[in-house]
Design a binder for this molecule. Structure first.
Ligand code: TRP
Ligand code: SF4
Length: 330
């Protein structure tokens, strides 16, 4: 068994929505078939932006894990664990912190962006500056070959590779691998209002949304602004509803396009059909999730097994690293 290794993580900052499915989870589900996968709940990373409301993280973890399981992450195929359960992450984090120049962190585009975007969260903190170092530690502890991420995370991957090179130059070559990003094949899903799909904009469809909510939300989507009367031909390329068809129902997109530009179908009907199709995707998974939510013991067992496996691998790396830097005291 010489499978390539994958690690990825999600921050438990709220409910998961279709954007997470398109941007990460669907990819994870297929990757677990061919790679040795570690899927992590990044609760320390969540703390860095949610420290004022840190008690909500616990609930989010359980909720998110139940979504993962319902949507097909399989604990028999992948290792599912919570970052803070494996204390080695913090050990490697401090070791890597020692050799990472401040300039690399200040220069990181995500740092500046987030500070400006999340003003109310007051993340102009020491820990938030070091966010990418902890992420590097996550990846390097498991010697991941690939890291499935969205484009926004590419600077963190680049920084991880720079840290690897610096570690190798200072101590010893060949300890870590330079991880490569695996960009998600699906395009980014925009929110119901055309902005980025996000909890803070309240423009999302949750992975466990109830049927009537899905319908209400989809019927409220904006369509082609130039299509005023039902007899006006539409411009699907300017319509967010059409982009949802393209993302989720490739097989329908030609028909939707054709009916739109020839004004054979009105926008309300077009949205009703979309809602019905999305409901088909979500409803069975939502019911599956409800079962996991009730089976707390089962979920805890899965997390416990995941912790053991993650810890087994992480502790080997930490032992090796401590030896190399001369911290093998006894
Ligand atoms: N920073 C990532 C995000 O916000 C989450 C994350 C934490 C992560 N550790 C990771 C992703 C390690 C990939 C690998 O999406
Ligand atoms: Fe958009 Fe459908 Fe209306 Fe065309 S018919 S503008 S694709 S909602």
């Amino acid at each position: 068994m010489n499978k390539k290794i994958i690690l990825s993580g999600m921050r438990p900052t709220g409910k998961l929505h279709l954007g997470h499915w398109v941007g990460a989870l669907s990819n994870w589900v297929s990757l677990q078939e061919t790679y040795q996968c570690f899927f992590m709940i990044a609760d320390w990373h969540a703390l860095m932006s949610e420290y004022k409301n840190s008690s909500a993280i616990k609930e989010n973890i359980f909720d998110n894990i139940c979504d993962w399981l319902a949507y097909g992450i399989d604990p028999k195929k992948a290792t599912i664990f919570i970052q803070s359960d494996v204390t080695e992450h913090l050990e490697l984090y401090i070791i890597l912190s020692a050799l990472t120049p401040l300039g690399w962190l200040y220069r990181c585009p995500t740092f500046k962006e987030q500070i400006n975007q999340l003003k109310d969260k007051e993340i102009n903190t020491y820990a938030f500056l070091g966010y990418p170092i902890l992420q590097a530690a996550d990846i390097l502890l498991y010697k991941a070959d690939y890291v499935p991420v969205g484009e926004d995370q590419l600077p963190h991957l680049e920084l991880t590779r720079e840290i690897v090179r610096r570690f190798h130059n200072i101590y010893q070559k060949g300890i870590f691998k330079e991880p490569q990003p695996l960009l998600t094949p699906m395009p980014r899903l925009v929110g119901l209002d055309g902005r980025k799909m996000s909890k803070s904009y309240n423009n999302y469809i949750a992975l466990d949304e109830e049927d009537n909510q899905i319908k209400t939300k989809i019927l409220s989507m904006f369509t082609d602004p130039l299509r005023i009367r039902i007899s006006d031909p539409g411009h699907p390329q300017d319509c967010n509803v059409y982009s949802y068809y393209c993302t989720f129902f490739d097989e329908l997109k030609t028909d939707v396009y054709e009916k739109c530009i020839t004004a054979k179908r009105g926008c309300v009907e077009c949205k009703e059909i979309l809602a019905k199709k999305i409901i088909e995707i979500i409803s069975t998974k939502r019911e599956k999730k409800k079962k996991f939510l009730k089976k707390k013991e089962l979920v805890y067992d899965i997390l416990n097994d995941g912790r053991k496996e993650a810890k087994r691998v992480a502790s080997l790396t930490i032992k090796e690293v401590k030896e190399i830097i001369g911290f093998n005291y006894f």
